[in-house]
Design a protein around this ligand. Structure first.
Ligand SMILES: NC(=O)c1ccc[n+]([C@@H]2O[C@H](COP(=O)([O-])OP(=O)(O)OC[C@H]3O[C@@H](n4cnc5c(N)ncnc54)[C@H](OP(=O)(O)O)[C@@H]3O)[C@@H](O)[C@H]2O)c1
Length: 335
């Protein structure tokens, strides 16, 4: 079937991408850095590729060495990315500059793949309008509300600007599943009997279960479609209260539901950021995080995705949350 290089393979989505690519009988090169964990990369068929994205020349060296060994990457999924950062600049360095370094190195080394899928994010477009509550459309003007989203958008714009580069951009909404640590904090909060909300208006959320996402991404990288971008969700929309209700049902827990005024959370986030600015680091609750948490409309256009890839999610939120909670319990993350 060919060689595939998957960057960021040590992470949550990357480790599932590796498993999916192995299922399709691809020869899988798991792209990672020296310090990356191999905890979820134990399959003996996995070949490891250590790549230093900080330096275009070292990526080129890596690609040319592989070429000399007779290894050409037919497909690349550039999934490495920074979702949390100590400093805002780090988002741009990893998500934008490293993507640019990688693409330039591929061009200069003469080792372009048949397809280069970039794992972007719905955050690159930002949330939809909160009055009309219309979904974010593929031809809307992107309006990211945090530095992470802005950095992903920069990378997208760069890829789209390169001529004769076989890019395809995938923008998942909230990805959840085994091994994931951010939604886990929410599940843990519910499990501890607390059900917090920010502001009084309902939030409309969208999700994609990691197993559905990686199936779609591998379909996309193997397809003959390029030069297009897609949002990815399970095709449904959920209120934040529905998300909590599904979680409570599968945890069999009762909770104390409470609403924190958005202004209060925003004020705390702002103050925390000011205090932390002395140290040059970002607090866990910061204005970017607040902008994401308070946004009411995370719906987006998925009909084109469904049509182009005949994509139908196998997991809706009910099925996915049930499975992921079982995994957290089995692994001892939740009791
Ligand atoms: N999770 C979501 O809800 C979601 C939604 C939309 C899009 N995405 C995108 O999906 C991709 C994967 O996200 P994830 O949720 O799986 O995150 P994750 O678990 O944090 O994994 C991130 C991966 O990127 C690698 N990486 C980070 N900084 C790097 C650097 N400086 N140099 C090289 N590699 C680096 C990490 O390697 P180490 O293990 O060495 O740190 C890790 O393998 C990201 O591009 C993210 O923007 C995620």
């Amino acid at each position: 079937m060919g060689n595939i290089l998957i960057t960021g393979s040590s992470g949550f989505i990357g480790s599932f991408l590796v498993e999916e690519a192995l299922k399709r009988d691809l020869k899988v090169y798991a792209g990672m850095r020296k310090s990356s964990s191999k905890k979820y990369l134990q399959d003996p068929r996995i070949l490891f590729a250590e790549i230093d994205f900080t330096n275009k020349e070292s990526i080129k060296e890596f690609l040319l060495k592989k070429k000399q060994e007779g290894v050409v990457f037919d497909y690349i999924i550039h999934n490495a990315g920074l979702t949390k950062a100590r400093k805002k600049e780090d988002f741009y360095l990893v998500n934008y500059t490293f993507t640019r370094n990688f693409a330039e190195a591929l061009i200069e080394a003469g080792t372009l793949p048949k397809k280069f899928v970039y794992t972007s994010s719905l955050a690159a477009f930002g949330p939809g309008d909160e009055v009309s509550m219309k979904p974010v459309m593929l031809d809307d003007t992107p309006k990211p509300v945090d530095e992470y989203g802005k950095s992903k958008l920069e990378a997208e714009k760069y890829l789209m600007s390169v001529t004769d580069f076989p890019w395809l951009i995938i923008r998942p909404s909230g990805v959840y599943g085994p091994r994931e640590t951010d939604y886990f904090v929410y599940f843990q909060t519910i499990s501890r009997g607390m059900e917090p909300y920010i502001g009084s208006r309902p939030q409309i959320l969208t999700f994609i279960y990691v197993k559905d996402l990686v199936r779609l991404i591998v379909d996309a990288v193997l397809s003959d479609i390029s030069g297009r971008s897609y949002f990815v969700t399970d095709g449904k929309e959920y209120t934040s209260r529905e998300f909590a209700a599904i979680t409570k049902k599968h945890l069999n827990k009762k909770t104390l539901s409470f609403t924190v005024p958005a202004g209060l959370v925003g004020g705390i986030a702002f103050a925390m950021e000011k205090i932390f600015s002395i140290t040059g680091r970002m607090p866990t609750l910061n204005t970017d995080k607040f902008n994401i948490m308070k946004s009411l409309n995370w719906t987006c256009q998925v009909d084109v995705l469904q049509k182009d890839f005949s994509f139908k999610a196998e997991y809706d939120l009910d099925k996915g949350v049930k499975e992921v909670l079982e995994w957290y319990k089995k692994e001892g993350w939740l009791h």
